[in-house]
Design a binder for this molecule. Structure first.
Ligand SMILES: C[S@@+](CC[C@H](N)C(=O)[O-])C[C@H]1O[C@@H](n2cnc3c(N)ncnc32)[C@H](O)[C@@H]1O
Length: 194
């Protein structure tokens, strides 16, 4: 877990998530870090060396605050909070994952679980809907969960321009070190100049 790696490397960690369940899980896994329920669009970001939003965090639309098409205000807040030389690292999923008018289905299975998914893009709105049905063995039976995720799809070059407008120097990547990103994803390292 990312927070655990950061604590081991000697950082103080503040973790924010809009989901109470995610925060509860994180507190159990990494008690040394400070985790708070909140929206990244509203939370006060303390002065820091790095801000990270790993795994499509900025794409999700279940926070009404993220209905605004522009991430410019968030980029400016992060820039203001970072020390000179500090970095903002995040990844997003972009458009073009599903052919227009089509639905893409997928599945992953393990010994005692299965995840089924269906994705559909709305090209005009620049959004994608992901329906996810998961089964996990609980005793003799399987427990079923249904989720619908709505995400905004971001063109990487548009985001780079927006980051530069906020004062960052930007590098885009297709992997985190040796870990390649899934298809259609781009990662950003945005540095506040010294
Ligand atoms: C795919 S998960 C990644 C979680 C974590 N970064 C990881 O790598 O394990 C995306 C997370 O972003 C959170 N999220 C989405 N929109 C958010 C927002 N506006 N403010 C705070 N958290 C948000 C979701 O609740 C979800 O836990």
């Amino acid at each position: 877990m990312w927070a655990c790696e950061l604590i081991d490397a000697g950082y103080r960690v503040l973790g924010i998530d809009i989901s109470e369940a995610m925060i509860e899980l994180s507190r159990k896994k990494v008690p040394e870090a400070d985790f708070r329920v909140g929206s990244l669009f509203e939370v006060e970001i303390p002065p820091c060396a790095a801000v990270t939003a790993i795994s499509e965090v900025l794409n999700y639309l279940f926070d009404a605050e993220n209905e605004d098409l522009s991430l410019g205000r968030l980029f400016q807040r992060v820039h203001d909070a970072l020390v000179p030389g500090g970095v903002f690292v995040f990844d997003v999923i972009g458009p073009g994952q599903v052919p227009p008018g089509d639905k893409t289905r997928g599945f992953s299975v393990g010994e005692d679980w299965a995840v089924l998914s269906e994705r559909e893009e709305d090209v005009e709105r620049g959004t994608m809907e992901r329906r996810i049905v998961s089964f996990r063995k609980a005793g003799e039976y399987y427990r079923r969960d249904d989720e619908v995720h709505r995400v905004r799809l971001y063109d990487p070059s548009g985001l780079s321009a927006e980051l530069e407008r906020a004062g960052f120097r930007v590098r885009t990547m297709r992997s985190y070190g040796g870990l390649p990103l899934s298809e259609g994803h781009a990662a950003f390292v945005a540095r506040k100049p010294l």
